[in-house]
Design a protein around this ligand. Structure first.
Ligand code: AP5
Ligand code: MG
Length: 216
């Protein structure tokens, strides 16, 4: 049976950081809807242009587009054993669509670690984040600095600050999270899948808590 993990939590809580570490230790592919959109923006595809118009405002990309993007990605051979989803689903419509999709693959969502934090911590994390241009590796100027300022430790590419990490867009992303994504906390709790994890701890401690949830 494939294993599907949904990482839930607000913008900046550390989903991408943890997903990269968990993917390494579980061998599951890390699928980030935000990274897939950013790849399309970089390649100047029609989907990228559409996604960018929503992302720059801190709004969600419409469900139909997002669901078909994830459907394509989950259909690839590397997802046969399951996947680690980061940033998807983000609405109850997406969660229902995911359940239907995984049923087609003979699976279902197995774990939903919900990483929590306060709003002030999220804002500090996003304002100090630096992302690698080539592959999206994530750093923080204070909490997880690269060895050399402005350069990715893993592939030597340039680090940049995401357009949607501007202060006004961050505030909007957090509002959108509470309005449209937070209902998934109850959605997955009611299905007995949710495990809360304190995301204000140091990165290694959060990883340890995540791995113990996945061993249950
Ligand atoms: P997406 O790219 O998914 O952004 P997000 O959910 O807003 O989350 P972030 O990537 O900003 O934060 P994160 O939780 O991954 O934190 P990170 O690990 O980087 O989505 C972007 C946009 O795309 C959306 O706004 C929307 O428009 C669109 N989109 C994407 N998915 C969609 C969907 N399903 N439906 C519709 N639209 C969609 O960490 C943040 C910082 O904190 C880093 O600097 C890191 O080094 C640092 N850090 C991490 N953990 C710790 C720690 N424990 N202690 C100290 N610092 C830490
Ligand atoms: Mg992320």
């Amino acid at each position: 049976m494939p294993t599907y993990i949904v990482l839930l939590g607000p913008p900046g809580v550390g989903k991408g950081t943890q997903a990269a570490l968990i993917a390494e230790s579980t061998g599951l592919p890390h699928i980030s809807s935000g990274d897939l959109f950013r790849e399309n923006i970089k390649n100047e595809t029609a989907l990228g242009k559409l996604a960018q118009s929503f992302m720059n405002k801190g709004e969600l990309v419409p469900d139909d587009v997002t669901i078909s993007l994830i459907r394509d990605r989950l259909s690839r051979p590397d997802c046969k054993g399951g996947a680690l989803l980061d940033g998807f689903p983000r609405t109850t419509g997406q969660a229902d669509a995911l359940a239907g999709l995984l049923a087609e693959f003979g699976g279902s969502v197995n774990y939903v670690p919900y990483i929590t934090s306060s709003e002030s911590v999220l804002i500090e994390r996003l304002s100090g984040r630096w992302t690698c241009k080539a592959q999206g590796h994530i750093f923080h100027e204070k909490y997880n600095p690269p060895r050399k300022t402005g350069v990715c430790d893993f592939d030597g590419s340039q680090l940049y600050q995401r357009d949607d990490d501007r202060a006004e867009t961050v505030i909007r992303r957090i509002q959108v999270y509470f309005a449209q994504t937070a209902p998934l906390i109850t959605y997955y709790r009611e299905r007995g899948l949710l495990s809360e994890i304190d995301g204000t701890q140091p990165i290694e401690k959060v990883t340890g808590d995540l791995l113990s949830v996945l061993r249950k």
